[in-house]
Design a protein around this ligand. Structure first.
Ligand SMILES: Cc1ncc(COP(=O)(O)O)c(C=O)c1O
Length: 405
């Protein structure tokens, strides 16, 4: 127990995406201000809609989703997930290796809790999506961060990763495509990570929730397809690709030799049986969604919303003095660098607050992704392109005479 009478286990847990700057935005909103919130990757909040096929599946199948289902998930959903991941080259998996969850968020919590013991270390990318760091803390483990290198399109720095492996390391996490950088990792870099894991007999956790949202015609290679001899857990879900964040629909796939994956699967099964099953209504959508990728693809090509919104943001940002960025190759996040000397930025949260107060524009400072240096921020590029363009012009206008006090 801590001095507030609550559990110590949460003392390191934080989420700046809904943190102090967001709280301030809500306060301003309550006072009647119109805030453009570029903090969360929640497409339906910006007029994106789920595919008709998913809607129909839900309405037509409702009666089949009333009872608790198998603790791992409904058979039809697991069959669809199985064939999806087989098609991505993951070998040696069957229906028993697939577990549905209430979003990838729940899967991460359950897998980290099932796999990591007190004092274990897990290598996480920096910048990082805070869910993973928080789940490591809750599991009693220590997150250790490896650098992703902005000068190299935000690719993981293999030498840094190697230097962070210790005798306590149990797993390496790869977020590919990445949040917050939007990077897509090449097969070459993934193979290097796999061989490092192989050298030290580490598990690989691969968060691939954005694998269907690659914009620039790059292949989204599944880590597990390169690591048939290693315990690999692949995380994926429908929240983003099928615009159903609120359904809470995610899953995990266990691959690798049976003797490596079986203990973790069994440990996870205990947790799954405690929560009986994940939301069955959401599971109804899975076979339809994984069959219907056309609506997702349509967002990513010229003329599609995600493509055009990215172009709109980049076309304005590239003319703002004091901002540099690596164009995202997937998803809808950009993680620009800001010239902190020029603007005298010593605290990136203060920068975000100043921007919010001046322009009613909410962005998340880089420190919210564990990024040190007070010189980055994340933009969510989900509003319509005209709105985003105006927001980036407002940012440019704000910076034209900004000096942090
Ligand atoms: C990298 C990454 N993993 C996991 C999640 C969680 O997704 P969900 O719980 O909606 O499936 C997100 C959400 O933004 C994410 O960006």
């Amino acid at each position: 127990m801590n001095s507030l009478g609550t559990s110590d286990k949460l003392s390191l847990v934080r989420s700046d995406i809904r943190g102090p700057v967001y709280e301030e935005a809500l306060k301003m909103q309550a006072e009647g201000k119109k805030i453009l919130k570029l903090n969360t990757g929640n497409p339906a909040a910006f007029g994106f809609t789920m595919p008709e096929s998913v809607k129909t599946a839900l309405i037509d199948g409702m009666d089949d989703a009333v009872a608790y289902c198998d603790l791992r998930g409904m058979k039809e959903a697991r069959e669809a997930i199985l064939s999806y991941h087989l098609s991505k080259g993951i070998a040696g998996i069957d229906l028993n290796d697939i577990f549905l969850s209430n979003g990838v968020s729940e899967a991460v919590q359950m897998v980290t809790l099932s796999y990591l013991s007190y004092g274990d270390e897990i290598l996480l990318p920096s910048p990082n999506y805070s869910l993973w760091e928080n789940c490591a803390y809750l599991a009693g483990a220590k997150p250790v961060f490896y650098r992703c290198c902005e000068e190299n399109e935000w690719m993981p720095d293999l030498e840094d990763m190697r230097s962070k492996v210790s005798d306590k390391t149990r797993a390496i996490l790869i977020i590919n495509p990445n949040n917050p950088t939007g990077a897509v990792y090449s097969e070459t870099i993934l193979k290097e990570i796999v061989s490092l894991a192989r050298e030290h007999d580490l598990a690989l956790f691969s968060d691939e929730i954005y694998d269907r949202l690659v914009i620039d015609d790059l292949p989204a290679v599944s880590t597990a397809s390169l690591a048939p001899d290693l315990l690999t857990v692949t995380f994926n879900g429908l929240s983003k690709s099928h615009i159903v964040c609120g359904f809470r629909c995610g899953w995990t796939v266990f691959s690798g030799p049976e003797k490596k994956k079986m203990p973790l699967r069994e440990s996870l099964t205990k947790l799954c049986s405690m929560r009986l099953c994940s939301n069955t209504l959401a599971q109804l959508a899975v076979p339809y969604a994984l069959r219907d990728n056309e609506s997702t693809k349509a967002m990513l090509i010229p003329g599609g919303r995600l493509y055009e919104q990215r172009e709109a943001v980049c076309s304005v940002l590239e003319h703002i003095d004091g901002i540099r960025f690596v164009k995202n190759r997937a998803a809808f996040y950009l993680f620009p660098k800001i010239d902190k000397e020029k603007f005298n930025i010593r605290n990136d949260q203060q920068f975000a607050l100043d921007l919010l107060h001046a322009k009613n524009l909410l962005i998340i400072p880089g420190s919210g992704f564990g990024h040190k240096g007070n010189d980055h921020f994340r933009i969510v590029m989900l509003p319509q392109k005209e709105i985003l363009k105006k927001a980036m012009e407002d940012l440019g206008d704000f910076l034209s005479d900004y000096k942090q006090k």
